[in-house]
Design a protein around this ligand. Structure first.
Ligand code: MG
Length: 191
């Protein structure tokens, strides 16, 4: 078993809510919807945070709600292309990938695409994505952490059995300015 740091994607690792609208937005486009991998932009500290955590022996798993699929402004292929780009940008010193696995939830209860319009156990704050990663990667949840910018990120961690003190909220509402500050805390507490 291996300890893990679960990472939210949007506005934790990459710029999201403050991205300007795309050139020809889908009618269902909302701020935060990201369907174009060329628009992926790491936030300051994201790469250093992932390298620090990997160096400390953690598996790194991204867990991201992508309700844009249910609303129709992005496809599964779009989400996977954006994830691929995030994975390319988050590399170790030798050019190898730092992210062990991506999980995303395409479902949303208020969607336009019937196939994906429903509440779902994968959708944060539900713990489905974390529990899938635990099973797939044989993770030690007692030693694992979560970093995100929204309260529902932290709730998904608690719902998956993580200690609440190990679910770190970043940004204006959080105890840590950014993902790198949170990562430093994780490494200090895990030494
Ligand atoms: Mg977020």
């Amino acid at each position: 078993m291996k300890p893990c740091v679960f990472l939210d994607r949007d506005d934790t690792l990459i710029r999201n809510n403050t991205l300007p609208p795309p050139a020809n937005p889908h009618p269902a486009w909302k701020p935060g919807d990201l369907s174009d991998p060329s628009r992926v932009e790491l936030l300051p500290g994201a790469l250093d945070a992932c390298r620090l955590l990997r160096g400390a022996g953690f598996a790194l798993v991204i867990i991201t709600n992508q309700g844009c699929v249910a609303r129709g402004s992005a496809t599964i292929a779009d989400v996977e292309a954006v994830n691929t780009r995030v994975g390319e940008l988050l590399d170790d010193d030798a050019g190898g990938p730092l992210i062990d696995r991506f999980y995303y939830c395409p479902y949303h209860p208020q969607g336009n695409v019937p196939e994906y319009t429903r509440e779902h156990e994968l959708r944060k704050p539900a713990p489905g994505m974390l529990l899938a990663a635990k099973r797939d990667l044989d993770l030690d949840m007692d030693l694992s952490w979560l970093i995100g910018d929204a309260p529902r990120d932290c709730e998904s961690g608690v719902n998956a059995g993580l200690d609440a003190d190990r679910c770190l909220l970043i940004g204006e509402a959080g105890a840590f300015a950014d993902v790198l500050a949170a990562a430093r805390h994780v490494v200090e507490r895990s030494a």
